[in-house]
Structures are given as structure tokens and as C-alpha cells.
Design a protein around this ligand. Structure first.
Ligand SMILES: [Ca+2]
Length: 278
């Protein structure tokens, strides 16, 4: 999520209160590396390893790293696209624009195909990974489409609530649902996703938190606060000062071959390689 004109910071007080209730990590000692006995998520610290360029006009909605390249879905009506970019230069190597009635959302690459959600159009797209050419559309039934990833078998997506939906790649039907919870209850606004070493990682919309989720139970087992990443990258604090300024953190990608994690955000001019300690 989401579009500039509908960024929901028009409800700042409610959102901040919700964020305060849901997101304030309870302090744990640095030696704790997993969910505590009380169910409180462990604190994940992070280390900034590298900084790469990122297209500052990209309203990032989905990000994945595959065979040396970043695949990204960018949103907003009229300018949405999917693109393949070079990590070190940030150069866009290939791009496929979407029709103006679609707002691009989460993206994932699996078995030579790129799957992509749209925001309110209940329409998913499948593209050929090599050419980025559209192969087909499919329908999904949630009110909104937000983040997407895959676990090597199923596609996982979310709709801005605390529910993760598992899609069968052949039938494109939902075959399983997972509810994300922490010690306070449901964790809503689950957004961009990434599957890393058996755990589901998610950023939570309008926060700079990265959550580590046990896909067996839906529990948040660890949480990283990346709010000072903006400063390290030279990016102005949230909320953005205008419609083209860097917006929320959104975009998590993982390179399993080198164990690197990449983080960026909507209209961020930089992309960070980070290490998470948990
Ligand atoms: Ca991702």
C-alpha cells in the first residue's frame, strides 16, 4: 500500500495509536534470538552492509531478487509497471507497463513466471520472467491486494489485514490461510513479503518494522525496527513532505545464494543491503 491520495495518513491519530499499540517492541536482551516464553517477539537488530541506487520514481510495491537481478512491481494508477533492474547500478533493464486502470501491487517470481497483484482491481497478472510479457490474468477475491512472495511451492499474498493467503500456482485458488498474531493479538497492515530460510518476513505498512513470522503458527517471533535506516541512507523521515518525496519502507528481497537481504521503499533513491541478526 498504497496510493498517495489514499495513503491513509488522513487518519493520522488513529493510525499512530494503532501503531503504538501494535508495534512498540517490548525490550528484550540482545542475547535473546527467538520468541520469548511469554510470546513477546525477540528484538532483531540489523546492520547496513551496502547502499545501492534505486529509481526515485519507483513507487515500490513488490521486490524480489532472482539470479542476480531485482524484479520490482511499482504502483499508482497510470504509471504502474513491473521491471527488472541491475543491483549495483540500479539501472532498469526491462520494463512492462500496466494499463492505466491497474494499480500494481505485490510481485513474486516462481518457476519462470512473475506473479503480480493489483490494489483494488481484484485482478492478478502472470508474466513471462524472461520477456516480462503478460501471459494471463486471474481473479482473486480479497477486497485489496497488497504483498506477495512464494515459499517455493505456493504463492503467498496479503490484503492489508493480518491474513496470509496461499495460492495454488495451477488453480490460482486459495488453498490455505494463515493469521499473523503477536502477544497483543492480530497484527494488521501486513504488507510486502519475503520468504527467508523457512520464515515469512513482512514489513508492516506505515512502520519501519520488519516482522519475522513462523508460518506454522502465524506468530511474530522477532521484530526489527529499521526506523534509523532512512537517516543512514540520507532519506527524509516519514511522513513524506510532498507527493514525490520518499514514502514508506516497502520492498524486501532475499538472495539465497549469498544470504543478502535488500530493503527499499516507495520513491526511495536508495536500496539497502542489510544483515538481520535473527
Ligand atoms: Ca519481496
Amino acid at each position: 500500500m498504497k496510493m498517495c491520495s489514499d495513503r491513509r495518513i488522513s487518519l493520522p491519530i488513529i493510525m499512530l495509536l494503532l501503531a503504538a499499540c501494535n508495534n512498540n517492541p517490548v525490550k528484550t536482551t540482545s542475547s535473546e534470538t527467538a520468541e520469548t516464553n511469554s510470546g513477546v517477539p525477540a528484538v532483531m537488530s540489523y546492520e547496513l552492509v551496502n547502499i545501492y541506487p534505486h529509481d526515485p520514481t519507483a513507487f515500490t510495491e513488490g521486490l524480489q531478487f532472482v539470479n542476480g537481478y531485482l524484479y520490482e512491481s511499482c504502483g499508482e494508477y497510470g504509471v504502474s509497471d513491473i521491471r527488472k533492474t541491475e543491483l549495483v547500478s540500479g539501472k532498469v533493464l526491462q520494463k512492462q507497463k500496466m494499463e492505466k486502470q491497474y494499480f500494481g501491487e505485490g510481485l513474486t517470481v516462481l518457476n519462470g513466471k512473475i506473479y503480480q497483484l493489483t490494489y483494488k482491481e481484484k485482478t492478478g497478472f502472470i508474466y513471462d520472467q524472461a520477456s516480462l510479457k503478460p501471459i494471463k490474468k486471474f481473479r482473486f477475491n480479497t477486497a485489496e491486494g497488497w504483498g506477495m512472495t512464494n515459499d517455493g511451492k505456493n504463492i503467498l499474498f496479503d490484503d492489508g489485514t493480518n491474513t496470509i493467503y496461499y495460492l495454488d500456482t495451477t488453480s490460482l485458488q486459495v488453498v490455505k490461510q494463515l493469521s499473523v498474531n503477536d502477544e497483543h493479538g492480530p497484527v494488521n497492515n501486513i504488507n510486502e513479503l519475503e520468504f527467508i530460510k523457512g520464515y515469512l518476513y513482512a514489513n508492516q505498512w506505515q512502520t519501519d518494522n520488519i516482522l519475522k513470522i513462523d508460518t506454522g503458527t502465524g506468530r511474530v517471533v522477532a521484530r526489527a525496527d529499521l526506523s534509523d535506516l532512512r537517516q543512514k541512507l540520507g532519506i527524509a523521515p516519514f511522513p513524506p513532505a510532498n507527493e514525490t518525496a520518499p514514502d514508506v519502507l516497502n520492498g524486501i528481497a532475499y538472495d539465497a545464494a549469498t544470504n543478502r537481504i535488500f530493503i527499499t521503499g516507495k520513491f526511495w533513491p536508495k536500496l539497502a543491503e542489510v544483515k538481520l541478526d535473527n
